[in-house]
Design a protein around this ligand. Structure first.
Ligand SMILES: Cc1cc2nc3c(=O)[nH]c(=O)nc-3n(C[C@H](O)[C@H](O)[C@H](O)COP(=O)(O)OP(=O)(O)OC[C@H]3O[C@@H](n4cnc5c(N)ncnc54)[C@H](O)[C@@H]3O)c2cc1C
Length: 436
């Protein structure tokens, strides 16, 4: 079976949604997600989204991003991201997103690596506020069709190596083909490949495996961010994040004797290393995080979600320290794209955590990822639309398209998923070994 669309967007997180909403309403768009629409990492974002506060902060924001990224960032991407931040925030508010304000305007919080507060937030559920609002807007658009429990298994390439659609497994288990003029990967990161990760388990770097299979350029697959503070638990499954903004607001890390051992506001990789060393020294599977410096009413107002989750796990952060441990969190590498999110394969774009435009360098600065996802998703939509206006894209005939898709090859899904997981893990290992 063939489904026809102008653009297929694989992934319904902030990147995919922002991209979809930036196409004109006469562009036919199909969006798919492996799970339900609310199961994207974008929904989980707690801390917030960075915004350039004023021109005087430009140099410092740029420097903070570069320093966190070990100066391996693509400067052009960083500049584009920072300079677009105010526009993105005003667009988000236009869609109905609400950020915390006081009598003087926006309230800003701070996280590690930031030389000053420049992060907008909505309680400690900023991701849910942004993504659910974008989703509500997308659902209202007549040109956007959304399919849940629908997984991309592969892309389909024409003889001249252009991407002309994808192979999917639908919610009823049937395998079919989507024929699209343009394909946009917005598949998120790869935390599902790791035992301990803050990401949803189904987010497993599928787009990356598919990229390797088709010789699409990939960059920095070994640049994987470990978040210093997730709530320690012996239960299996996703790790619960204790946002860096908790430390930004005054929480401190303590060793087994309840003594401080590091600068909690250093960038993530440095704090993670300090914690790992301390755990080894103490022979403990976690360190302590104390929120005693944060007033109780602020904990309740700013971090209600974190408070609730800790209480569920049997810890009351208002009165006691909570155990925290580093876990996989974010993927700085990905499918190599230019500043318009175009991959090395014609008619294929990649946005959000799946892509690598170099903005984060070797280590992402806190709260830059939601912003980056949306800045470059909007640019992708603009670039695709421009190409659509200028080109004479012709769809391949049914017979020719199905011949390329060869749907029978996808019957053993479990074997395919395992092959994809192993491929990504082995490429990460290979890349890591190059620098040992
Ligand atoms: C706990 C947590 C807290 C965070 N806090 C912050 C924060 O405060 N600020 C910040 O800036 N960033 C934060 N981040 C990072 C940020 O949320 C993500 O980097 C960003 O939202 C990624 O958006 P995305 O749209 O690229 O991917 P996601 O939101 O992860 O969406 C990926 C989508 O792709 C779909 N998908 C994947 N593979 C397939 C497939 N094969 N077929 C079909 N669909 C597929 C998934 O189902 C999902 O819909 C946090 C992340 C986590 C996990």
């Amino acid at each position: 079976m063939i489904k026809d669309t102008d653009v297929v967007i694989v992934g319904i997180g902030a990147a995919g949604l922002f991209c979809a909403l930036h196409f004109p309403e006469d562009t036919k768009i199909l969006m798919i997600t492996k799970d339900t629409v609310d199961k994207s990492d974008s929904f989980l974002a707690q801390g917030g989204i960075c915004m350039l506060r004023n021109e005087e902060d430009y140099e410092q924001y740029f420097e903070d991003t570069m320093k966190a990224g070990h100066y391996e960032n693509n400067k052009e991407s960083v500049e584009i991201m920072i300079k677009s931040s105010q526009k993105i925030v005003s667009e988000l508010m236009g869609y109905g997103v609400e950020f915390e304000k006081d009598g003087r305007g926006f309230m800003f919080t701070r996280e590690g690596g930031h030389s000053q507060p420049r992060i907008l937030f909505h309680k400690d559920i900023t991701g849910r506020e942004i993504t659910s609002t974008l989703l509500d807007n997308a659902i209202k658009r007549k040109n956007i069709e959304i399919l849940e429990y629908t997984s991309m298994l592969d892309i389909i390439c024409s003889k001249d190596n252009k991407c002309c659609g994808i192979v999917v497994r639908g919610s009823d288990g049937t395998i079919s083909a989507v024929r699209a003029l343009y394909t946009v990967f917005a598949c998120g990161g790869l935390g599902g490949l790791y035992k301990h990760s803050t990401n949803f388990r189904h987010i497993t770097g599928d787009a990356l495996a598919i990229a390797y299979k088709h010789n699409i350029e990939v960059e920095h697959v070994d640049y994987i961010q470990i978040h210093p503070t997730t709530l320690y638990s012996e239960k299996p499954g996703r790790r619960f994040l204790i946002s860096e903004s908790v430390r930004g607001e005054g929480a401190v890390l303590l060793n087994k004797d309840k003594k401080r051992f590091c600068n909690e506001l250093n960038p993530r990789d440095i704090v993670t290393n300090d914690i790992k060393k301390q755990m080894e020294k103490d022979n403990m599977p976690y360190v302590w995080l104390s929120m005693e410096n944060i007033p109780e009413d602020e904990i309740r107002a700013h971090f209600p979600n974190i408070l609730e989750q800790c209480l569920k796990e049997g810890y009351d952060p208002v009165r006691e320290c909570i155990p925290v441990v580093p876990a996989q969190h974010y993927f700085m590498g990905g499918i190599k794209v230019n500043s318009d999110s175009m991959s090395s394969m014609p008619h294929l774009y990649a946005v959000g955590e799946t892509s690598c435009n170099g903005v984060h360098g070797k280590n992402r600065l806190a709260s830059n990822s939601l912003l980056e996802s949306m800045v470059f998703a909007e640019r992708a939509a603009e670039a695709v639309h421009k190409e659509m206006l200028s080109g004479t894209q012709e769809r391949l005939s049914d017979g020719c398209f199905l011949q390329m898709a060869q749907l029978g090859a996808y019957n053993d899904i479990e074997a395919l998923e395992e092959e994809y997981k192993q491929r990504v893990l082995s490429e990460i290992e290979k890349e890591r070994k190059k620098y040992e």
